[in-house]
Design a protein around this ligand. Sequence first.
Ligand SMILES: [Zn+2]
Length: 144
Amino acid sequence: MRDNTVETLTEVLGSMDDRQEQAEAVFAALRSNDRTRKRARTLTYRCPNTRRCALAEVYSSPVGVLIHHPHFKMSPKLNAATSSEEGRRANTLDGDRHWKARTYFLEAALNLTLSCDHIHDALIDREQVTRDIKAGHAEVIVTA
Ligand SMILES: [Zn+2]
């Protein structure tokens, strides 16, 4: 990430105290530029199903390691079995089974909780993410 996007970002971030706001601002900037986004993406955790859902994307940025869980849809049966009405109301786009994307800095989580229609609440601890980054993996298939 060595282009104007980064410089602009650094300025914007300087005025932000809240790390969560920063995380969302960094991701919004990455999302707005495909090239920057591809270059910054370090690692993707995928599910073991043949669909290989992207469970979490890991981005390196000048201000920290960013984790992004893309929005996903769950089948009605699994959705009902694995979530509460309260959880659905707070964390879905439609109040039902379209789960919101989540973005945060790695430091904000003890572990990543990974879910899609094929894997439910698989956990990867923060140290493992750091090890996977160091190992240079571009993709990791989550089997747990
Ligand atoms: Zn999946």
